[in-house]
Design a protein around this ligand. Sequence first.
Ligand SMILES: Nc1ncnc2c1ncn2[C@@H]1O[C@H](COP(=O)(O)OP(=O)(O)O)[C@@H](O)[C@H]1O
Ligand SMILES: [Mg+2]
Length: 262
Amino acid sequence: MSQAHQVQPAELLKVSGLQMRFGGLLAVDGIDFDVRRDEVFAIIGPNGAGKTTVFNCVGGFYRPTAGEVTLDGHSIARLPSHQVARRGLVRTFQNIRLFRQLTVVENLLVAQHLQVRAGLLHGLFATPAYRRAERAALERAAVWLERMGLRDVANREAGTLSYGHQRRLEIARCMITNPRLLMLDEPAAGLNPQEKVVLSQLIDQLRREFNISVLLIEHDMSLVMGVSDRILVMEHGRPIVVGKPAEVRNDPRVIKAYLGED
Ligand SMILES: Nc1ncnc2c1ncn2[C@@H]1O[C@H](COP(=O)(O)OP(=O)(O)O)[C@@H](O)[C@H]1O
Ligand SMILES: [Mg+2]
């Protein structure tokens, strides 16, 4: 069968039998789920449940000790993170990771693989092709600065921004690469109630406008319940239940897992 006639799988991301062992600790074990096209899929569970470890395995930061991860039907489980990113799967971090000494706009240029602050040499030797790429990258950065409400802080060092602005810059840095799957690790952590409302509207708008899927880890229940199509609940590295928000919310096993948390 020729490539053109192959039917795309319904799910964009498929995770099966995922296991991650750290020495004697099974941080993740027997995790199966899929993320469909244009879906917001959330992973919730008490602290230490293994949620971030799932992200690290899916994103190529850890090599899972067992299991398979496919994106559009192609295995990505043993690819390094930069190759996973090139296939359209990008993430934010639970502990924000930005280039703190670079400005906001420079962070967005680096995300597009442009060298910044190369100085005089760059000015002397830049080719016309490089200058064109640089102009296009600056234009894209301007679009995302505007979109994310970061225009007024464009020339500030990223490390000096408020927490809410840093979170938005991280998302902008992901979106500027044209992803297919955006993974957000506790994006509402440290945000005030008003910023959380803005964040959930943003997640909703991005998935509609750019036809992306979103894989979300989040502790804020009202945000998760409002923005997700389906939710996987984990505890001690294992799955408890997968379902729609209303199903998950009323599941006695989920309530028990959360009541058991300190
Ligand atoms: N790199 C690592 N080395 C050893 N243990 C780890 C590592 N990363 C996570 N863990 C352990 O795996 C378990 C799950 O952690 P994590 O995935 O961060 O949970 P969550 O994100 O759900 O809070 C925890 O017990 C944690 O201490
Ligand atoms: Mg975590």
